[in-house]
Design a protein around this ligand. Structure first.
Ligand code: NAP
Length: 244
């Protein structure tokens, strides 16, 4: 399996380590020095590459996807901040008949956790005794709140629990309505990322918790996704990789 890295910042370097630890070959690295305007990504430079793994910037990701697709190569995209262009990217993938996979969070644990949550929410929907909530904690430098992962977890809860129809975040002012699902966020210290779903009744409480220890989980998940995508065509997410 032959991988090309597109973007060689914190994540690109972590992916390189994760790929090498699995005995995979990283044969090409494209960074800002050899890929301004995506001009480094050509049929010649990608010769022999099975899958590209892209962790660059929101400003360069679309150009990189287009260039890789036009070379007919498969690509795993970790860069965030372009999801308003999903339809455009789907078109590029179809036109160029490549394999494409993206995820806002590549962590295997988080993706497994999401499926457990979806399953649990579906079960709990039968028992009106149980209310639900989502809680997340992150380090004090995190800019966005709630985390994108918390919102995805919350939408998984909504899908399973039909009596919850609306996500609400921030501080609750007054009583919460039965159809609302509260997503609560705290910011402190150096917490890498903790996400919890709680199902609570008068009698007891069930808590599902995912705790990230570091960022290496994203890199391992991206490499697992690249192995899965090798030789495939079509548009995929981590939900296709991590199945029940
Ligand atoms: N999906 C997930 O699981 C996941 C997990 C973590 C992070 N992310 C996302 O992944 C992205 C990268 O994160 P990071 O922490 O690795 O950021 P980073 O350390 O800033 O790395 C981004 C790198 O891309 C380079 N770059 C800029 N233009 C490029 C181009 N045309 N071709 C190739 N490389 C180019 C940048 O170079 P210069 O600095 O010289 O411009 C920089 O080295 C972000 O969008 C982040 O939100 C996703």
């Amino acid at each position: 399996m032959n991988i090309a890295l597109v973007g060689y910042g914190k994540m690109g370097k972590a992916v390189e380590s994760a790929a090498k630890a699995k005995g995979l070959t990283v044969s090409k690295v494209f960074d800002i020095n050899n890929n301004t305007g995506s001009l480094g990504l050509t049929a010649e430079s990608l010769k022999g590459v099975d899958v590209c793994i892209e962790f660059s910037t929101p400003g360069s990701v679309l150009e990189n996807i287009t260039a890789v697709a036009e070379c007919g190569k498969n690509i795993v995209v970790g860069t965030t901040g372009w999801y308003d262009r999903l339809d455009h990217v789907k078109k590029i993938v179809k036109e160029n008949k490549i394999g494409f996979l993206y995820a806002p969070n590549f962590s295997l644990g988080v993706n497994i956790f999401m499926q457990i949550v979806a399953h649990a929410a579906h079960m709990m929907d039968r028992y009106a005794e149980y209310d639900a909530a989502v809680m997340e904690s992150h380090h004090r430098a995190k800019v966005d709140s709630p985390s994108g992962t918390a919102l995805t977890i919350a939408s998984n809860v909504l899908q399973g629990m039909k009596r919850k129809t609306e996500i609400t975040s921030g501080t609750m002012q007054g009583q919460i309505k039965p159809n609302q699902l509260h997503v609560a966020s705290s910011r402190f210290g150096s917490v890498t990322g903790t996400h919890a779903v709680v199902f609570d009744s008068d009698a007891d409480s069930i808590e599902l918790v995912h705790t990230a220890k570091n960022r290496s989980g994203f890199a391992v998940g991206a490499v697992v996704a690249a192995e899965w995508l090798k030789g495939k065509k079509g548009f995929y997410t981590m939900r296709d990789v991590i199945t029940l």
